[in-house]
Ligand binder design. Structure first.
Ligand code: FAD
Ligand code: FES
Ligand code: FES
Length: 472
């Protein structure tokens, strides 16, 4: 690797300086690279699973905006040409010093293990907000755990600083973009156009599709022992952008949850209840829409939302694109309609109409940073006498796949939301088949689903989404 032409070597930027990903003999995480290869040991390892935020660093996107990300579940192969800032780099920036001083003044650190991660999350917040509300601060810290200080001094420290933090612009990597990079037995392939993508999937058979890696990188612990090819999708611009059409949005499969959150803030705001509880800000920086559907998990948070929006998936294979309704995508527990060498290219989401109401709820063991035990999404059209013209209900966590609740929707429509509990239970029993697992018993899931439907009924009648799980 040392003797190669520097331009063809994988590299990225750490604290505004170029680093070459040399002498890497495995599919190493960014965290291990920073600590062992760069000796930036300020970034800490806590859980190694994306749950604690000790390993948070900042990453710049293509527009120069920065966000926190968990370096423990990000592989070096995923950040080629990107700009990363660690606590070492941040502490040298004069613009970041007031925040660090504010945290010091509030005694917002004891053992200090979590502190670099908190500083990273707080810097990303203060880059966007001059004076964020307490709830915005809490959301921005939801991916960071502290076992000794307690959160009050940390929140106070952030609140005491009444100015935005300005970061230098990231370094723009010019010149030849890498097409492949090898880390030990793992080869990354980097198509940057649909044409290159089709060329690759037309000739290769054995490879793994990778996007944010927040799911696959956790499963891939022993991947260093076998040869593998990773088809990294995120450099394809069309797959990473949201196109607004007259009556729909085309969401590229590599659009991150953070970008999707922005779209929801503007056009699907009732879904924010679910989206701002999708992992943490660090997870949402990396996790993608296509990756979420690609896991085909029955508790993936996006499927029920897309079901009720009647989204269509554009699937790309060697022969080009084909479109299917999302209701035909999930075929069984973690099984989907993708054929060999096909991948999710885009999600086409119709805009909601003025007269449509949409709702979503997520129940999980922990409020923040937890995957769903079950979830419910709804879209309905109702006149002022509460006559339902149209209703779609979809649920996660109550069957082997995300589900459409057809029988229950029919009951709600036919009764104009004036159903009795027994008929609701009968209809739900037809639609759902919950199981007991670590997150909840089948009995709990059935009972909680009855509660969510009643919450939906009350929300539809009042016109306001009922949030609190105590409000039934
Ligand atoms: C701490 C933590 C919290 C989480 N919280 C939540 C949560 O609250 N809600 C939730 O739903 N999920 C959650 N997840 C799971 C995960 O973050 C999401 O499923 C995420 O959307 C996956 O996207 P990704 O881009 O990271 O996928 P990747 O890990 O890159 O890929 C996931 C799978 O999908 C396949 N894939 C990726 N892109 C495509 C594509 N375009 N076409 C076909 N297949 C594809 C991959 O081959 C792989 O099998 C959490 C994960 C962690 C670690
Ligand atoms: S070490 Fe805990 S999130 Fe990375
Ligand atoms: S200060 Fe010790 S873990 Fe937070």
């Amino acid at each position: 690797m040392e003797k190669k032409n520097k331009q063809s070597e994988p590299s990225f930027y750490v604290n505004f300086e170029k680093v070459y990903a040399r002498n890497i003999d495995s599919n190493i995480s960014l965290l291990n690279f920073l600590r062992h290869n760069c000796k930036f040991t300020g970034t800490k390892e806590g859980c190694s699973e994306g749950d604690c935020g000790a390993c948070s660093v900042l990453i710049f996107d293509e527009k120069g905006s920065l966000a926190p990300v968990n370096s423990c579940i990000l592989k070096v192969g995923q950040i080629i040409d990107k700009n990363i800032v660690t606590i070492e780099g941040a502490s040298k920036l004069s613009s970041a010093k007031p925040l660090i001083q504010a945290l010091n003044s509030e005694a917002a650190s004891q053992c200090g293990f979590c502190t670099p991660g908190f500083v990273m999350a707080a810097l990303a917040l203060k880059e966007k907000h001059k004076s964020p509300s307490e709830s915005v601060i809490h959301d921005s810290l939801s991916g960071n755990l502290c076992r000794c200080t307690g959160y009050r001094p940390i929140v106070n420290g952030i609140q005491s600083l009444k100015e935005k933090i300005k970061f230098p612009m990231p370094i723009n990597s010019k010149g030849l973009k890498l097409k492949t990079a090898i880390f030990g037995k793992t080869t990354y392939i980097y198509p940057d156009s649909k044409k290159e993508l089709i060329e690759f999937i037309s000739k290769e058979k054995n490879y793994t599709v990778l996007s944010g890696g927040t799911d696959w990188n956790l499963e891939a612990e022993d991947s260093n022992f076998k040869e593998q090819k990773i088809l990294f999708l995120n450099n394809i611009k069309e797959m990473s952008t949201i196109k607004t059409k007259t009556s729909s949005f085309e969401i590229g499969a590599c659009v991150t949850l953070s970008k999707f959150e922005e779209l929801c803030r503007e056009f699907f705001s009732p879904f924010l209840d679910t989206i701002i509880r999708f992992g943490s800000p660090q997870i949402r920086t990396a996790a993608t829409v296509g990756g979420n559907l690609g896991t085909s998990s029955p508790i993936g948070d996006l499927a029920p939302l897309f079901f009720v929006l009647e989204a269509e998936l554009s699937l790309l294979g060697p022969k080009g694109e084909r479109t299917i309704p999302i209701k035909d995508f999930f075929k069984g527990y973690r099984k989907n309609a993708l054929k060999r060498n096909e991948l999710i290219y885009k999600v086409k989401v119709p805009k909601t109409k003025k007269e449509d109401s949409i709702f979503s709820w997520k129940l999980s063991k922990r409020y923040d940073q937890d995957i769903s035990t079950l979830s419910l999404a709804a879209k309905l059209k109702m006149d002022k006498n509460h006559t339902i013209e149209h209703i779609i209900l979809s649920a996660g966590g109550v069957g082997p796949t995300p589900l459409l609740l057809d029988k229950t929707s029919k009951l709600l429509k036919d009764s104009n939301l004036r159903f009795n509990q027994n008929s609701l239970i009968t209809a739900l029993n037809h639609d759902i088949s919950p199981i007991s697992d670590l997150r909840g018993t089948a009995k709990y899931r059935s009972a909680a689903m009855v509660g969510l439907i009643k919450k939906m009924q009350r929300s539809a009648i009042s016109g306001e989404q009922q949030h609190s799980i105590m409000s039934i």
